[in-house]
Design a protein around this ligand. Sequence first.
Ligand code: CP
Ligand code: NVA
Length: 298
Amino acid sequence: MTPRHFISLADLTTIELKQLIYRAIELKQHRDPDYTPLKNKVLGMIFEKSSTRTRISFETGMIQFGGSAIFLSPKDTQLGRGEPLEDSARVISSMVDVIMLRTHHHKTVTTFAQFSSVPVINGLTDLLHPCQLLADMQTYFEHRGDITGKTVTWIGDGNNMCNSYINAAKILNFNLNIASPTDYHPDDTLIASAQSNIKLFPDALTASKNADLIVTDVWASMGQEQEQQKREQAFANFAVTDKIMDNAHPDALFMHCLPAHRGEEVDADVIDGPQSVVFDEAENRLHAQKALLELLMT
Ligand code: CP
Ligand code: NVA
């Protein structure tokens, strides 16, 4: 039987995504130490990039569900010495029950999934970060209820997080305003697929008008460190400041997947202010991914 993978948020239907969000909220509210649906199951976690939240949330989630997780880095495995991805996927999936992969090229995760006999979860690629969206959506639902019909404003780089917000906008049917410099727009194919849900703006203030949620992310993602200076110039007018938050709906929330750079993409007053829910958002990685593991594996 072909395993069910989670490579993109688009792998879930609207109903499945909403059920997953409500299940994550339930798992958070009523933790039952005797509920161990993944007893003796093993998650293999391959990280080709750094991580705090993704690693800890998956590992803790597996332990809370009665299973365990193995951390694998290319530095310490034959993956880093050029063993073919296809062979690695066959071998690793013959020994573990589910695999999470954080990598650079999106193709790496799709190829890995193609050759894996167990579910593969995308723990972030240069194109998408779907696990983070599960947590972001859970956080919005917890604080404000259903996001359908609301307006979300993305400010900054059209990166893996922004691309994943486009998928979320389509699936949950909310309006997504994207304010990015021209050279840093999100993925063209995704833009084309979501015409009725997204609007591109050249400036952050116009895009934030009456928004229910303001979201941003770092200006230079992992792997783009050498572009930091160039990006600081390009994004100088795309920081989330009090002025942006004041232009949004008075009830608007602020989210950031973290790690954040205070004084760059977001002012300290905003990320540490009353509208920010970034630490709930980070914690919800644990609950949302437990709901995801349940969906894929039970
Ligand atoms: N937001 C997120 O994915 O964090 P980590 O890079 O720490 O996993
Ligand atoms: N866009 C960021 C997200 C980090 C969780 C990156 O890819 O580095």
